[in-house]
Design a binder for this molecule. Structure first.
Ligand SMILES: Nc1ncnc2c1ncn2[C@@H]1O[C@H](COP(=O)(O)OP(=O)(O)OP(=O)(O)O)[C@@H](O)[C@H]1O
Ligand SMILES: [Mg+2]
Length: 286
């Protein structure tokens, strides 16, 4: 437990959460906490259970076992709407945007501002446009025109609009499922900056990624998943990026793979050298 954990109540706490899909045990025994103003990273390889885990937090799956606490009280989200109403906003990788609609329309989709009432009730377009512009500018996104179709924005900019939207609509917890997976280095940097900004605004951010180099600079704690089980939650001060990388890649597995390949390819193979280096990189000089 950290100093923070002993003095502050987490917004979300999961205790021994598990999920079965029929006979498949996708997740078991996961425990971690999400604190306001901090970034909790969820790391793991393909199929590790990352999406399953966040679907439980986001209310789209109910857990088969374990407990979910919100502000210290047990909760059962029956739908994503219920989680959203509790302030838990999720940005999925395949963003649910309407590509041909203007940026401002997407920003307010499902929560439009109207003026007048009864038969005279209509969309307050001017207000929505100006709020969208201001909110994006507050997050450091400078769009030439909020009227342009959101489909014309880059993947990184779209992620940022989705984050700004969640912040504007009062999310306390922001869940991001692999927001940088499809992005190049520069755009990933932009998204990581907005993650840091959301954290600075006091949101509890849950950042899913399989890239330790994206997680480490912004993360406060790291939940490592491997084939549906937890390898633990590590505070930043207790782990190096080398250890994180090695744990994720399964240092022991890489080591045995290197030995196997050495027999086949010979010890001079660059691939073998690379694997050996990865496998032993868990204790680099700080
Ligand atoms: N609806 C489902 N029905 C049956 N099995 C599922 C279902 N969803 C996920 N699984 C299984 O659960 C395991 C974890 O899947 P999950 O999608 O959570 O992994 P992930 O860490 O998000 O992987 P990726 O990095 O590929 O997105 C996998 O073995 C997957 O096949
Ligand atoms: Mg996934």
């Amino acid at each position: 437990m950290t100093d923070v954990a002993t003095t502050t109540l987490p917004i979300i706490e999961v205790k021994n959460i598990g999920k079965r899909y029929g006979a498949i045990n996708a997740l078991s025994g996961i425990s971690t906490s999400v604190f306001a103003g901090q970034v909790t990273c969820v790391l793991g390889d393909n199929g590790a259970g990352k999406s399953t885990f966040i679907k439980i937090l986001a209310g789209s799956h109910s857990p088969s076992e374990g407990e979910l606490l919100l502000d210290g009280e047990p909760v059962h989200f029956t739908s994503p709407r219920a989680a959203l109403d509790a302030g838990i906003a999720t940005v999925y990788q395949d963003l649910a945007v309407v590509a041909l609609m203007p940026v401002w329309r997407n920003f307010f989709l499902g929560s439009e501002i109207t003026k007048g009432w009864g038969p005279l009730r209509r969309l307050d377009v001017a207000a929505m446009k100006s709020i969208t512009k201001v909110e994006l500018a507050n997050m450091g996104i400078d769009l030439r025109d909020v009227d342009q179709p959101i489909g014309t924005l880059s993947g990184g900019e779209r992620q940022c609009v989705a984050i700004a939207r969640a912040v504007y609509f009062g999310a306390r917890v922001l869940i991001l499922d692999e927001p940088t997976a499809a992005l190049g280095v520069k755009q990933s940097g932009v998204v990581l900056r907005y993650i840091a900004r959301s954290r600075d605004k006091g949101l509890g951010v849950v950042f899913i990624t399989h890239n330790p180099h994206h997680a480490f600079p912004v993360g406060d704690r790291f939940l490592l998943l491997n084939r549906g089980t937890s390898l633990g939650t590590f505070e930043k001060k207790d782990i190096t990026i080398g250890e994180l990388t090695s744990l994720m890649a399964g240092g022991a597995e890489l080591d045995s793979l290197a030995h196997e390949l050495e027999r086949e390819l010979g010890s001079n193979s660059p691939l073998v050298a690379e694997l050996q280096q990865e496998a032993t990189s868990d204790r680099p000089a700080r």
